[in-house]
Design a protein around this ligand. Sequence first.
Ligand code: SF4
Ligand code: SF4
Length: 355
Amino acid sequence: MNLTLHLTEACNMDCAYCTRVKQPVRMTEAVLDAACDLAFSQGKTAGLCFFGGEPLLERPLIERAVARCKQISAETGKPVSYKMTTNGTLLDADFLSLAKREDIGIGLSFEGTAQDCCRTFRDGSGSFSVVSEKAKLLLDYQPDAHAMMTVAPQAVPQYAEAVRYLYDLGFRRITGTIAYGKKVHWTDSDLELLEAQLREIAAYYAERFLHGRPFYFSPFDAKIRDCITGFNPGERCHLGFRQMPVAPDGRIYACTQFIGDADFCLGDVFGGISKERQRELAKREAVPETCRECALRKRCTNSCGCLNRLETGNENTVSPLQCTYEQMLIAIADETADRLFTADEAAFRRRYAQG
Ligand code: SF4
Ligand code: SF4
C-alpha cells in the first residue's frame, strides 16, 4: 500500500501559493509506527512518501520510519520504496547519505531562477541562493532527482528561463504544474503569456531531444505518452486508492486536498481503511458533465478530484482555468510530438512508446 505521511503541518517557508494551513502539529511516533505497519498490511509492496509541511523538520521520524520498514521488509519479504517531497532548505550531506543508502527518491520543490517570485522564507526573504546550493548538493548524491516547479502568475515571465536553468544545473527530470487555489489569480493575459512560455520551453525541449540530450518535462511527456500508448484509466490517480495521505493525527483521507474533511476520511492508521468508504468514493468519481462530449476528455486531467476540489470546491467540477490549461498543453505537446516524430521517427518511438 502507498501512503503519503504528513509528518508535520509546519514549514520554515511561506510560499505565496501554498495551500497548506501551517501549524506546529507533528505526527507522533505511535502514529508513524502504525502507518508503517499498515503500509505492509496489504498488497505485495509498501510505499511511503514523506511529506509535510516540510518533512525535514521531522527528520528523526523519517529515520524511525526507515528503520521500522527495513525490519518489516526483512520479516515479510515485501519490498519497500520511499519518496520525499521537500523544499530543500534543510538538506545536508548526512541526510543525503541516508537517502542514497536507503534509496529515498527526492523531489525538490524548486522553481530555479523564478524561485524568489513566490518561494520565500517566513521573514519574506528569497530562498533562491539557499536552494540552488542545496540543489547542486542533491544532484551530487542523486543525479536523477526531480525538480518540481509550481508556476504562479508572478513567475510566468521567467518560466522558460527557469527550465533552462534547471537543465543546466543537471536536472533531467522536471515536473511542472501551474499554481491553483484561492491565493492565486490568473488573468487572460497571464494565460497568454503562459502559452508563449510553454512554446519556448517546447522549442528547447525539442532541440535537446534532437541533439541526443533529452530531458523529462512532465507537462509534455505525460500528454505525448498518453496519446501514443493509449489512455489507461488504471494509471490515473483515483480518489482514495493509489496514494493515500495520512494526516499527523493518523487519519487517512482520499487525497491531500481533503485532509480534515470527515466526508473524505477513509479510516485511520490504527483501525485501517474502510473498504466500504472506498467503494462509496469510487462511485462518486465521474467525468465532469461539461467534459462528456469533449474530444480531449481522455487526455485531460478533468477527473482529478483533488484539483477540482481545490479550484471549484467540488471534486467533479472542473474549473475554466484547468480547461484552458489542458487545451493549451495538449495542443503544444501534439505540435512538439509531430515535430520530433518527423525529424527522427526511430528516436521518437524509442523514447515515448516505451511508457
Ligand atoms: S515549502 Fe511547501 S509547505 Fe512550505 S510554504 Fe512552500 S509550498 Fe507550503
Ligand atoms: S479540455 Fe476542458 S472540456 Fe475538454 S475534457 Fe478537458 S476540462 Fe473538459
